[in-house]
Design a binder for this molecule. Structure first.
Ligand SMILES: Nc1ncnc2c1ncn2[C@@H]1O[C@H](COP(=O)(O)OP(=O)(O)OP(=O)(O)O)[C@@H](O)[C@H]1O
Length: 312
């Protein structure tokens, strides 16, 4: 039987706090297979970073076990840590080192001495070659984030964890970063991603875990989750002076931020015809119309709203 890239078994973590204890993880179990592009999603405070920190050995769980490629994160910490590259959410650096010095130091941390060829390749892939000798404090936030990615990869780990890697990165760089991460995944790396950009998760992740209140409340293939909780939506904007016929009012939702605009959630695509026919018969003229396919953002909001699989 093949070994999971990450295996989490009945992991719990509670933080002490002045008011009452915070149950950040409650009996979480999860297997991520080698080669997966896996997404960990959930609202603020759901427990994603705590779970990732426990995987990386940065935070000690109170109960349960975590294995990275079969290595226990407590009894075989070094082997488990070596198998992992972690891109943390927060930008923490020594501002006085140059980019290259930071990457050499990180290589040294893993006992790797002559690593410059790989460091140069990483710098080039992450479009940082011309910044190699610049001090960290002179870099923009987006550049610093790319250095974090390089830092996570200096020891060529087979499993990579990215905790909101694109926060504060501009669109062009974000695309470049994803191209690179996708290639790593195609080359066999396991990628675990947390992000609040759901369109990124939809485009990249084959499977998703949705977390809430310290528990996993859904664990599905991305397409299954979308199919289960989201539908096609028809949006129409009526021409000036237009008013929605009463026969359509019950099925339509007004979009308050847009004038004269209504939306229908469709069980069947064929329902479009009846909506348009009703509008035509009432003499309504359309100014605009669009059909949006089911997407992860809608599915996620529906799932969280529904209390489906309520974790609490
Ligand atoms: N060191 C800590 N001390 C006390 N409470 C903590 C600590 N770290 C996290 N928590 C609490 O644990 C819960 C889970 O936090 P965590 O950072 O794991 O959530 P998250 O899903 O990563 O959120 P976000 O999307 O905002 O990053 C939150 O209630 C948080 O306040």
């Amino acid at each position: 039987m093949s070994v999971s890239a990450v295996s989490v078994r009945q992991v719990s973590k509670t933080f002490a706090s002045a008011r009452q204890p915070v149950h950040a993880l409650r009996d979480v179990s999860l297997d991520i297979e080698a080669g997966e592009f896996f997404g960990l999603l959930g609202p603020n405070g759901a427990g994603k970073t705590t779970l990732i920190s426990c995987m990386a050995g940065l935070c000690r769980q109170d109960a349960g076990d975590i294995r990275i490629l079969g290595h226990d994160t407590r009894s075989a910490y070094r082997l488990a840590r070596r198998a992992l590259g972690v891109v943390p959410q927060e930008l923490v650096f020594d501002p006085f080192f140059s980019v290259r010095e930071i990457l050499r130091l990180q290589s040294g941390y893993f006992g790797i001495k002559k690593n410059d060829a790989w460091i140069d390749e990483l710098l080039s892939e992450l479009d940082l070659s011309d910044k190699a000798d610049h001090s960290m404090r002179s870099l923009s936030g987006g550049m610093k984030r790319r250095v974090l990615v390089a830092q996570a990869l200096v020891h060529r780990p087979p499993v990579m964890i990215l905790d909101e890697p694109t926060a504060g990165v501009d669109v062009g760089l974000r695309q470049g970063l994803w191209q690179f991460i996708r290639r790593l995944n195609r080359d066999g790396h396991t990628i675990i991603l947390t992000t609040h950009y759901l369109e990124e998760a939809e485009a990249l992740c084959g499977r998703l875990a949705l977390m809430r209140s310290g528990q996993i409340c859904a664990l599905e293939k991305t397409e299954t989750l979308i199919r289960q909780f989201a539908k096609h939506r028809l949006t129409v904007r009526l021409a000036e002076g237009g008013c929605l016929p009463s026969m359509l009012a019950a099925s339509a939702e007004a979009l308050p931020e847009l004038q004269r605009t209504w939306q229908w959630t469709l069980d069947e695509l064929a329902e479009i015809e009846s909506v348009l026919a009703a509008l035509r018969e009432s003499g309504c003229r359309l100014e605009d119309m669009s059909i949006a396919p089911p997407d992860l953002e809608t599915a996620f909001l529906k799932f969280m709203d529904n209390g489906a699989g309520a974790a609490a």
